[in-house]
Design a protein around this ligand. Structure first.
Ligand SMILES: Cc1ncc(COP(=O)(O)O)c(C=O)c1O
Length: 477
């Protein structure tokens, strides 16, 4: 019998045969996954425990090695175990703390909401992957010597250490060269857009927006008396408007167009920077989700390319760590630093300073980088597994549009309408949102399937549930 050995010792022995007892008809790899996950969650397998090799485990359990490999892959994807090159698999140092759960019954009104804590909601990161223990330690350390000035008003542009860390981080990760003075800490991407619109556009002006696009963009513009000018998104990204369009600003997501997950082509990027230069206009670049590029090479943002002096760059920590954090940032061209500083001061943009102090230290200690590495692996696996499950369960009903980026999949509807799919899903505790929710022009019927915030097993269960619902409703594909 193989053993689970914890480092440095002692050796722990677990009745591995029990892993398979009481299986409830689920695929064997899921039974093994859930049992090991349970052993970790209950502390029976402490952090750092080394798992036997997949060959040894398969031999002990009398199952195919692939079955064990598949279970281990799911456990890695969901952050329960870590693999170390050349030395096998170990229980993660910080296994997930936030419980992930099977889909509960759909609450009232679920069909109308963009985000619900149900699979396939979009915009939910893997909360179980967040290093709560590390955050807690850093936070305790910061509060032991919280500077007095961090508890007073007086940093409308953000905590200086965080502005510094952000300036060096975006240079390393995204090639955006800037000084800390160009960084303004906001409560997120929407807050960043709001400040930009107030600083640069007056009521009665217009701004180009993506169609389909993130509706919060148009809402933010309208609240400021600015008219959104929707422009279609094609395979190269946001199209340039007609030359007669009077807009002097364009709001876009070139790294990962929301919601289509299209990456803007190099030619289109060049055309947009030329557009801004010719009319003395501005590009608001939301670099949201650029950290999660699953296939091929990611492109540098517009803010890192020639023409960057007309680009206002925004990004957010809210989807990287957890949505209620409410911290993000803007990087403004040097020519705009004074204007934005005045606007931020007068409008009191101010995101809470103590959390900024903690975040700066969290990043400095390397926890954000570590989190991103874990999240990339986990999200990549979740995405791959969801694609496979959907292809198996929903072939003939939905067609997945393969995009290299994004934390949700986009599926074209082959049978039925968006409303039918949303209702069908809601009845089964699965959350879908339709493409038309984001579009002003008629859009090809489609739905979004967020995967980042859910364990592989929950995603697979939701895909199977949706497949059963589709067959019951439409007949076989
Ligand atoms: C395109 C886009 N940008 C940014 C964000 C994040 O916004 P915030 O930082 O305000 O939470 C979202 C959230 O859903 C989004 O869809």
């Amino acid at each position: 019998m193989s053993t689970f050995a914890s480092r440095p010792s002692p050796v722990r022995t677990v009745g591995l045969i029990n892993l398979l007892k009481g299986g409830d008809g689920r695929p064997l790899h899921l039974v093994i996954y859930h049992r090991i996950r349970h052993l970790i969650a209950t502390g029976a397998l402490p952090a750092g425990t080394r798992l036997p090799s997949s060959r040894a485990l398969a031999g002990d359990l009398g199952v195919a090695r692939n079955t064990v490999v598949e279970a281990i892959e799911l456990l890695v994807a969901d952050g329960w175990i870590e693999t170390r090159r050349g030395s096998g698999a170990y229980v993660a140092e910080e296994p997930p703390r936030v419980a992930t759960k099977p889909p509960p019954p759909a609450p009232e009104g679920a069909a109308e909401r963009l985000t619900d804590d149900l699979p396939f909601s979009v915009g939910i990161p893997g909360l179980g992957l967040f290093r709560a223990d590390a955050w807690n330690r850093v936070q305790a350390r910061c509060w032991r010597s919280m500077p007095r000035e961090a508890l007073l008003e007086g940093h409308p542009l953000g905590w200086p250490a965080l502005r510094e860390v952000v300036a060096s981080q975006v240079q390393i990760t995204r090639g955006v060269v800037c000084s800390p003075e160009q960084v303004i800490i906001t409560s997120g991407a929407r807050n960043a857009l709001d400040l930009t619109v107030r600083a640069l556009l007056g009521p009665g002006s217009r701004a180009v927006v993506e169609d389909p696009g993130y509706f919060a963009v148009s809402e933010t513009l309208r609240w400021n008396g600015v008219t959104p000018a929707p422009s279609p998104v094609d395979a190269q990204g946001l199209r340039l408007p007609d030359p007669s369009e009077a807009a002097r600003m364009a709001v876009m997501t070139p790294a990962c167009e929301f919601p289509l997950c299209v990456v803007m082509s190099p030619d289109r990027r060049e055309a947009w920077t030329a557009w801004a230069a010719e009319r003395g206009g501005w590009i608001f670049e939301d670099d949201y989700d650029s950290e999660f590029h699953f296939e091929g090479q990611s492109l540098p943002p517009l803010a890192a390319q020639p023409g960057a002096s007309r680009v206002i760059y925004a990004n957010s920590f809210n989807k990287l760590l957890f949505p209620s954090l409410r911290l993000g940032y803007l990087i403004v061209p040097t020519s705009l630093v004074e204007l934005f500083a005045k606007a931020a001061l007068e409008l009191q943009v101010n995101a809470g300073i103590p959390n900024q102090v903690v975040l700066a230290e969290f990043i400095r200690d390397g926890h954000l980088d570590r989190h991103l590495r874990t999240a990339r692996t986990a999200y990549g696996a979740r995405r791959r597994r969801l694609v496979a499950a959907l292809e198996q369960e929903l072939a003939g009903f939905l067609e997945i549009r393969r995009q290299p980026v994004g934390l949700h999949l986009v599926a074209r509807i082959l049978r039925g309408s968006e409303a039918e799919w949303i209702a069908l899903a809601a009845e089964r505790g699965v959350h879908l949102v339709g493409m038309s929710r984001f579009a002003t022009a008629p859009a090809e019927p489609g739905v979004l399937l967020g995967f980042a915030g859910f364990d592989v097993s929950d995603l697979q269960a939701a895909a199977a549930e949706l497949g059963r619902a589709a067959r019951a409703h439409f007949g076989s594909a």
